[in-house]
Design a protein around this ligand. Structure first.
Ligand code: URA
Length: 210
């Protein structure tokens, strides 16, 4: 689309996403594919992490070798589906801090209602990546990001698996300073707030609920 939205374009991501979309994918399969795609998306969204060098010894000689500069990261999972993406991200960056924000969609208005929030005290000084597999209306992501900005966070990105064009537009209007990374942008949002063709309810598919 443009530099505001990065659709991470990779054959492995496309293939794994197709396997997830299939209605026949089991809970176990869905979960493990989400973790695998999380690895690949995290690889892309962390591309701009700063590096420094450390003097190390290989078995043959000394060298100045690149290491992450230790700029502090915080992943923020929008409950509950965000936890599926979060798992894979923490595997790649095990020292990242993690915040959780609980939001549910009012089924009538589709507005986000917050019911839980627990963040690291120093979130204002961290690079924050907010995660939720489905960017549908953009209401939950928008509300979560507004909350983080109130806590002082200034460096925020948003990561999802699937986005609806309507969700991208809404988030962009509310938070033009927050870039979006996604594996795909689908056709549309339906009247019930589902992404079409989509993959159904990500939380239900991940946890085997209805
Ligand atoms: N949340 C989901 O889990 N699926 C959708 O299609 C939209 C929002």
């Amino acid at each position: 689309m443009d530099e505001y939205v990065t659709v991470v374009d990779h054959p492995l991501i496309k293939h794994k996403l197709t396997l997830m979309r299939r209605a026949t994918a089991s809970t176990q399969k869905f979960r493990s594919l989400l973790r695998e795609i999380a690895h690949l998306l995290t690889y892309e969204i962390t591309r701009d992490l700063e590096l420094t060098t450390e003097r190390i010894e290989t078995p043959l000689e000394e060298m100045d070798a690149p290491v992450l500069a230790g700029k502090k990261l915080c992943f923020v999972s929008i409950l509950r589906a965000g936890n599926g993406l979060l798992e894979g991200m923490v595997e790649l960056l095990p020292s990242a801090r993690v915040g959780h924000i609980g939001m549910f969609r009012d089924p009538e208005t589709l507005e986000a209602v917050e019911y839980y929030c627990k963040m690291p005290d120093d979130i204002a000084g961290r690079r924050v990546i907010v995660v939720d597999p489905m960017l549908a209306t953009g209401n939950s992501a928008g509300a979560a990001i507004s909350h983080l900005k109130k806590l002082g966070a200034t460096n925020i990105k948003f990561l999802c698996l699937l986005a609806a064009p309507e969700g991208v537009a809404a988030l962009r209007a509310e938070h033009p300073d927050v870039p979006i990374y996604t594996a795909a942008i689908d056709e549309r949002l339906d009247d019930h707030g589902y992404i079409r063709p989509g993959l159904g309810d990500a939380g239900d598919r991940m946890y085997g609920t209805k």
